[in-house]
Design a protein. Structure first.
Length: 129
């Protein structure tokens, strides 16, 4: 058994399979999940686990070279916007409908229990060297 890091075996295994350029959607409980990507559903109850907690756990494990979120997050969920802009200085913002389209190309979807709108981000994996 691991003593630190991500303990969920399904999520830890999925992360180990990611490579450079792969995309990971970290989403709230209401985001439509496209057919195709592997899904690790962490949602337990409304708000649990929180988007911020899951995102920070993933960022501790992954090399991320880019991130995309819905432009609507700024008006509808300022806390999530501040979190994303703080973690990703070069955050790309697109209309929510476009984010949903881009999510179809994700290799992995990690669904949180977040119950605030537009708490979604599409991460692009980088390399550690």
């Amino acid at each position: 058994m691991r003593k630190a890091g991500i303990l969920n075996r399904h999520l830890a295994g999925a992360l180990a399979e990611l490579g450079h350029g792969d995309r990971v959607l970290v989403c709230d409980a209401g985001m439509p999940i496209p057919d195709g990507p592997r899904v690790v559903d962490l949602a337990f109850r409304a708000g649990v686990p929180a988007f911020a907690e899951v995102l920070d756990g993933l960022l501790a494990e992954l090399v991320v070279e880019g991130a995309t979120a819905a432009a609507e997050v700024r008006a509808a969920n300022p806390a999530a916007a501040a979190l994303l802009e703080g973690r990703f200085p070069d955050l790309a913002l697109v209309p929510h409908e476009r984010l949903k389209e881009l999510s179809g190309g994700a290799r992995l979807v990690v669904r949180t229990g977040e119950a605030r709108p537009y708490a979604n981000v599409l991460l692009r994996c980088g390399v550690f060297f």
